[in-house]
Design a protein around this ligand. Structure first.
Ligand SMILES: Cc1cc2nc3c(=O)[nH]c(=O)nc-3n(C[C@H](O)[C@H](O)[C@H](O)COP(=O)(O)O)c2cc1C
Length: 206
């Protein structure tokens, strides 16, 4: 599928960016969703546990509010352990057709279990069952049989509950950088830093 690249005439400047990086993020996210058929929600989550080795993987952004970015996942995984050991994380979005990048550093907290259930209930039944199948250590040959057993287990359940090890994670940013590619490699970067309850923003160079 071909998507025409978009270039921006107007340079980024602290004056034309919103007061809060969350509002600015929503502005860019909404633009990305409106102008591009590809899902803008995958983001790279980087973590670093006690072994001091940085690890990255893609997760889906599921919610944004005025102070946090929320995603969900199985806690009994490498990222779960790493975030438990060190709650400093980084998130990264890259949207190629607009050559925009958003880089976020922050600390991660858990959402409530109610939020996990609420989000889990929005998933298709097939993906709810798949979340349970993922809990059973099976090799590829057993996968179909395990899925059949889980479907049978939840056959009469009106709601499939989230597996107990699933968590919601809320990343509360302290630094957010917006990067926009420009013509002739004249790129722009604006960095927001948290200052108590407000934010300062400035052009980053080079
Ligand atoms: C497009 C995409 C979206 C993904 N979304 C999630 C997600 O929302 N939550 C999640 O736990 N894993 C998600 N994954 C899988 C993770 O990238 C990763 O493989 C898995 O969480 C195990 O990572 P870990 O071993 O570092 O904990 C996604 C992968 C891709 C490619």
């Amino acid at each position: 599928m071909e998507v025409a690249p978009i270039t921006f005439e107007q340079a980024l400047s602290p004056e034309n960016m919103k007061e809060s990086p969350m509002s600015q993020f929503l502005d860019w996210y909404e633009f990305q969703s409106r102008t591009n058929p590809f899902d803008p929600s995958p983001m790279i989550l980087s973590t670093c546990g006690n072994n001091m080795k940085v690890d990255s993987r893609v997760v889906y952004l599921k919610r944004v509010d005025c102070e946090s970015f929320v995603f969900f996942g199985n806690h009994k995984t490498a990222k779960g352990a790493e975030m438990e050991e060190n709650n400093n994380v980084a998130l990264l979005f890259y949207w190629p057709h607009v050559t925009r990048q958003v880089r976020i550093q922050g600390v991660v907290e858990y959402t409530t279990k109610e939020e996990v259930e609420e989000w889990f209930a929005t998933r298709s039944r097939a993906s709810q069952i798949a979340a349970w199948v993922a809990h059973v250590p099976v090799d590829k040959r057993d996968l179909i049989e395990t899925k059949r057993k889980k479907e049978e287990e939840f056959r009469t359940a009106v709601e499939v509950p989230a597996p107990g090890t699933w968590e919601g994670y809320r990343v509360i940013p302290h630094t957010v950088e917006f990067w926009q590619g420009g013509s002739d490699h004249l790129h722009d970067r604006i960095t927001y830093c948290r200052n108590g309850r407000s934010w300062t923003k400035q052009r980053a160079a080079p």
